[in-house]
Design a protein around this ligand. Structure first.
Ligand code: CS2
Length: 542
């Protein structure tokens, strides 16, 4: 059997594999990280490794926490926390290029579900100075449209009653902080690295809302002493595949049970508001700013928004990866136009946005054929992803009376995607925390459409769908949005993705009137204006 990657085998790795440039034996824990997935291991753990190498301040070791699954713990424990980060892109000749680095900043991995008390103890441990999070959007137990804590979430309800065995990240944090305060320990920083608008402010308000149900004095202590910097992280990190494991193991000459594969591009911007110090992350290229929210908005709208559009439309066309989706000319053109005409204009006020460069870089990044980024990975959990990625942009555009048809097509694509079947008839599962209510919503919308007069059916369907407040908030009350959604959904349903893409590309003058009667007519007219096309080859076996 092949030897395992671990402290002992580290020194025997090939010379072209980078290794931790500090004495791991002297490392002490300073960070507790909730959500030890590939994303964290491809940015924060790497940046901490590089920061410790540069500063030789070895007090920032990471105690990683998986909230539920033992898989990462089981893979990394025999490896003494070591794993390989592979950065992949294409070389000049069009082949794949891969650089490998073994990251040493993770000291230990714990599984919260198995032993929540051990995690609470670590939060209330004197040397812990940062608690960071990559728990994905849904991990915050908030309502997507408003950002408010969902008091009907079973884990939140459970955690209000169970200070010793919390299940949710929010419950875990608040009960851990309560213990910390009881013990008279110093405050710390809670650092969200997830794709939420104002992720630090959002985390803070969720933590304070939960704490307030328990103890007013605790709420005051957290508010006065702990900090919640906003941050923006940008790096594409697909889920690791078996073939990645096999390839990397072969290059290392020892087995790495769970390496992480990412693109070379990394951009991490953080507000420099740390209650108890931080690693010298600037040594790893991290940018510190006074206010990160404009960077978050820029990234959510210009990277994640087009990502979601590409993923849902791509899935419908049968594209398995983001790269395959971006290779469909009509889809690539659509995403490009979406950024140019409807997203970028909402970001004009952002200083140094460099929107043109941002757009071009986005396209180059999705073109990275050396990275296998599944469309389904991006499309999953879209009920939580769409509000900051696309719906906030739509609100801004509506305020200015601006065209939203491409944004509406992206949203319609998601609703159409939720039917669970692509245009080739292949079925796929809907992975979304709101999958059950969304399935009921689709059924209700069908019933409403069937009950309506034929000319009103599309509009009635869109009214029901856009009326789903947990995702759309009050957008369902905006006639222009409902009409645009109705038109795009109808085109998708009747004529398919490629036709919908062509229709939005060729109809630049389409203006939807603001009064609701005219809107319904416009919706019908828009759908009807799109004459059924001859189906084109999409390069996807269609
Ligand atoms: C993607 C992101 O999975 C998704 O929803 O849009 O994870 C994206 O790859 C990263 O945010 C890029 O920084």
């Amino acid at each position: 059997m092949l030897e395992r990657l671990n402290t002992e085998s580290l020194s025997r790795l090939p010379a072209d594999v980078e290794k931790p440039a500090y004495d791991r034996g002297r490392l002490t824990p300073g960070i507790v990280h909730l959500g030890l997935g590939a994303f964290h291991r491809a940015h924060q753990a790497l940046a901490t490794d590089l920061a410790m190498a540069a500063s030789q301040d070895l007090t920032w070791g990471i105690l990683g926490v998986s909230l539920r699954s033992p898989a990462t713990r089981d893979a990394l424990t025999p490896q003494d926390g070591l794993y390989t980060l592979s950065l992949r892109d294409g070389d000049e000749a069009g082949g794949a290029r891969e650089s490998l680095r073994v990251v040493g900043s993770v000291l230990r991995v714990m599984v919260a579900q198995e032993d929540p008390q051990a995690v609470l103890e670590r939060i209330a441990y004197p040397q812990t100075r940062i608690i960071s999070l990559t728990i994905t959007e849904k991990g915050y137990c908030h309502e997507p449209a408003t950002g408010h804590l969902r008091w009907d979430d079973p884990d939140i309800l459970h955690d209000l009653e169970n200070p010793v065995r919390p299940r949710s990240a929010i419950g875990m944090l608040v009960h851990g902080l309560a213990l910390r305060r009881e013990r008279g320990l110093p405050p710390l920083t809670l650092l969200s690295c997830d794709n939420l608008q104002a992720n630090g402010d959002t985390l803070r308000s969720l933590v304070l809302a939960f704490a307030l149900r328990l103890d007013v004095a605790l709420t005051g202590w957290i508010d006065a002493h702990c900090t919640f910097p906003n941050s923006m992280v940008d790096r594409t990190v697909p889920a690791t595949r078996d073939e990645d494991r096999a390839r990397i193991t072969q290059r290392l000459g020892v087995e790495d049970a769970w390496p992480v594969v990412a693109e070379p591009y990394l951009n991490w911007v953080i507000e420099d508001k740390f209650a108890a110090g931080r690693p010298a992350w600037e040594a790893a290229g991290v940018t510190f700013v006074a206010n990160a929210t404009p960077y978050e908005r820029l990234k959510l709208r210009m990277v994640n928004g087009p990502h979601s559009a590409l993923a849902c439309l791509g899935t419908l066309l049968g594209a398995a990866t983001m790269h395959e989706a971006a290779a469909v000319p009509a889809l690539r053109g659509f995403v490009d136009d979406l950024m140019r005409h409807e997203i970028a204009p909402t970001l004009k006020g952002i200083p140094d946005a460099g929107l043109e460069g941002y757009r071009q870089r986005f396209l180059a990044r999705v073109d990275n054929a050396a990275l296998s980024h599944p469309t389904r990975q991006v499309a999953m959990d879209s009920s939580y992803k769409l509000p900051p990625r696309l719906l906030a942009t739509i609100r801004d555009r509506l305020r200015g009376g601006d065209d939203i048809r491409r944004l509406a097509l992206a949203v319609a694509a998601w609703l159409h995607y939720l039917r669970g079947e692509d245009e080739n008839g292949a079925r796929y599962p809907i992975e979304d925390p709101l999958a059950a209510p969304l399935a009921r919503l689709l059924a209700r919308a069908d019933v409403a459409a069937r009950a309506a007069a034929p000319k009103q059916a599309a509009h009635r369907r869109a009214l029901v769908l856009a009326g789903y407040r947990p995702v759309f908030g009050d957008l369902g009350e905006k006639p222009v949005f409902v009409a645009a959604l109705a038109a795009q959904l109808e085109t998708l349903r009747e004529h398919g993705v490629l036709h919908a893409l062509q229709a939005v590309a060729r109809d630049p003058e389409l203006i939807v009137p603001a009064d609701s009667e005219g809107v319904a007519e416009a919706a019908e007219a828009t759908a009807a204006a799109a004459a059924p096309p001859a189906r084109e080859a999409a390069g996807l076996g269609m």
